[in-house]
Design a protein around this ligand. Sequence first.
Ligand SMILES: [Zn+2]
Length: 208
Amino acid sequence: MSDYTDTLNALATSTETAVVALYERFLAGDITEAEFVELGTVALEVANARGAALADLALATQLSVQRKEPVPTVGLSSTRTKTVARQAILDALTEDGDATEAVRVAVRAETLAGAQDAYHEGMQEQGVKAWTRVLNSGACKLCQDLAGDVLPGHAEMYHHKGCGCSQKPVGEEPNGNSTRSGRSRNNRGRNTRGRDAAGPRNVVTVAI
Ligand SMILES: [Zn+2]
């Protein structure tokens, strides 16, 4: 699954680079602040859509390998609204200190969080019973301490701002052997949102 984590972090890097470039155009007087906010919001929406598609494909591929049968994607779309994306940009502009860095951090965090939320939604739709955390390279001490736990499928992954960790289903072997007990110290008990309209289902075949 490190491929997914790497790809997701690459998406976050390209998005932050694009939005910081927009911010620098604002600083240079090429565009107004309102234009920067609008363009930055659109860039984040695109990143969130890509993150959701990436999460969908990564999850289906992982399940196909573990279940030893082709598992289709579920047509995940971003769970983040335009309002959330815009607010992330606006909040960064009001932070004290280096505004460019604040924009960079906010855009990265929002991109990663969007994909993490989508992956969680995907696990609900795919009927995943249990999962474990996959650390990104350079994961912080807190996330390292949380690694190794097996949590129920409905439990949301704790992630701090800018956390690049991802989830991985466990106990999906065809003969059962599920490991679903696990500790639940980072199950924050949030209700999961229902999804009633899944998109087109594409069968993903993978080489095992
Ligand atoms: Zn993390």
